[in-house]
Design a binder for this molecule. Structure first.
Ligand code: IMP
Ligand code: MG
Length: 184
């Protein structure tokens, strides 16, 4: 989803908002919180493509336990200025989550529509427990009430790129998070 950005303008990466070191520390903290919470029974770890692929890869390598890892893909359709709340989940058909613990991992929560719709969809498959983790959270932009169970950073109301976050599918591979600036 894109906001405050127009197709007519050109953008380039701006200043660093969250450094590589800050991210690595936070990912390790989240992994510790995971180990503590799931010490009795591991969940199926369910990262949401595409944005969470880098976070998930770093996160799982900080774990001492061995949860099953199953990626799903989530697309929301609507105008290109705001996500719609209508979410199509791909990849769920061959994953049996009935009576199992599930932890969904997202890159960022913005309006909250994607995560809330995804949670509704997953609940139809009767997981034993459903928890959510997001590395970045923008509570100031929330359109519906949604709070993730595990949150990395609360970030300002800016469009961010890097560490999995994209603008037009670019910049996901930046090791730190930047904002965008207009090219004059
Ligand atoms: P929501 O449905 O509005 O919560 O949006 C969630 C999705 O929007 C995320 O999974 C991202 O793909 C995308 N998104 C939200 N904010 C940003 C941002 O600042 N940069 C890049 N993608 C974003
Ligand atoms: Mg995404």
């Amino acid at each position: 989803m894109i906001y405050n950005l127009t197709k007519e303008m050109k953008y380039e990466i701006g200043s660093v908002v969250i450094s590589k070191e800050q991210i690595q520390l936070k990912v390790a903290e989240l992994a510790n919180a995971f180990e503590e919470y799931y010490k009795d029974e591991l969940p199926i770890l369910m990262p949401v493509l595409t944005g969470s692929f880098i976070f998930a890869a770093d996160f799982v390598r900080n774990l001492k336990s061995y949860p099953a890892i199953r990626f799903i893909k989530c697309s929301s359709y609507g105008s290109n200025t705001i996500s719609s709340g209508q979410v199509v989940v791909e990849g769920l058909r061959d994953i049996d989550i009935c009576c199992k613990r599930v932890l969904v991992m997202e890159d960022i929560i913005d309006t909250g529509y994607t995560f809330a719709a995804l949670a509704n969809e997953l609940k139809k498959h009767n997981p034993k427990e459903l928890k959510t983790m997001a590395l970045f959270d923008k509570p100031s932009r929330r359109k519906i009430n949604f709070i993730a169970d595990f949150i990395g950073f609360t970030v300002p109301d800016e469009f961010l790129v890097g560490y999995g976050l994209d603008y037009n599918e670019q910049y996901r591979n930046l090791p730190q998070v930047h904002n965008l600036r207009e090219v004059e």
